[in-house]
Design a protein around this ligand. Structure first.
Ligand code: AMP
Ligand code: MN
Ligand code: MN
Ligand code: MN
Length: 285
């Protein structure tokens, strides 16, 4: 039987709800053989995840999900198999986290202006020492009774033109690729069907991504519908890209995304892990 790959997941080092060790344990229990930990703009969870993976005999792929601004939109680029010790990568990520820290306070100020004070403090509590992201704000607002669900908070407050939205000032596409490739990783466009781009704009993004040295795209993603998968598979083949699959798991509070339940990559989509550029998986200890 072929190994089960899940190459996109989050711990509470960013906006996931499980610790790195809990995440790896849950992935192992779900039948995942190869797991990438890809927290937003940080590699802080990787050491703990790798240690736990070693104990369980699961292969942990050190990864990161980099926030990128491209044509006034936020895009997510995964670095798979990066060396977390790479200084160029870490300097880049640290700049993004600085922006995140400022943005979190700014989001708090905007909520206060909109008549909802104390959000930054509430979100910071939920982040437990990690960088405060929009997900933490969303969970705080639900807990404080301002919305019924995280999804609703995003819709009403945290997206473009809403009171708690602060536009991103993230990495350029080129920088993100230089950091990932410089750290020996393989770059993958995360959940490409989620950007609500026209087909031609998405092709432009992928073309530019490839010109900058990017190789892969997620065909299978926890946030792709069945139709999305078919469309993305065709795009992947047409662009001559490598295909990746990841749940984008953030924790058990999203019961519609489970670990170890991803469908197989469609035929004709070459998996990232079969490429010559795949040096990603650390050997199981
Ligand atoms: P940030 O990187 O802090 O701007 O937050 C982005 C994260 O928010 C994503 O990685 C998701 O985890 C979460 N997110 C974005 N949009 C939504 C949404 N509509 N509903 C629920 N979670 C979302
Ligand atoms: Mn997230
Ligand atoms: Mn993402
Ligand atoms: Mn993600």
């Amino acid at each position: 039987m072929s190994a089960h790959y899940d190459l996109h997941s989050h711990s509470f080092a960013s906006d996931g709800s499980l610790s790195p060790a809990e995440l790896v344990t849950a992935a192992h229990a779900g039948g995942v053989d190869v797991l990438a930990l890809t927290d937003h703009d940080t590699t802080a969870g990787i050491a703990e995840a790798a240690q736990c993976a070693g104990r369980l005999g699961l292969q942990l792929v050190p990864g990161v999900e980099i926030s990128v601004s491209w044509q006034s939109q936020t895009i997510h680029v995964l670095g798979l198999g990066i060396d977390p010790a790479c200084e160029v990568l870490q300097a880049g990520l640290s700049g993004l986290r600085e922006f995140r820290n400022w943005r979190a306070e700014e989001i708090g100020r905007r909520f206060a202006r909109a008549g909802i004070p104390g959000c930054f403090e509430g979100a910071r509590k939920l982040a437990r020492g990690s960088i405060v992201g929009r997900t933490h704000f969303a969970h705080h607002l639900v807990a404080a009774g301002h919305a019924a669900s995280v999804r609703q908070v995003f819709k009403r407050f945290l997206v473009n033109n809403k009171p708690g939205y602060v536009s991103g000032n993230w990495a350029s596409l080129e920088d993100s690729l230089n950091w990932i490739n410089g750290a020996g990783g393989l770059a993958v466009v995360a959940h490409p069907a989620r950007y609500r781009m026209t087909a031609s704009k998405l092709r432009r993004l992928l073309n530019e991504f490839q010109e900058c040295g990017g190789l892969g795209m997620e065909v299978i993603s926890g946030s792709h519908t069945r139709d999305n998968i078919i469309t993305m598979a065709a795009l992947c083949r047409n662009q001559g890209m490598l295909a990746s699959c990841g749940s984008d798991y953030h924790g058990p509070e999203n019961p519609w995304i489970k670990l170890g339940q991803l469908p197989e990559l469609p035929t004709g989509c070459p998996p990232v892990w079969e490429s010559d550029h795949w040096s990603a998986a650390e050997p199981a200890h």
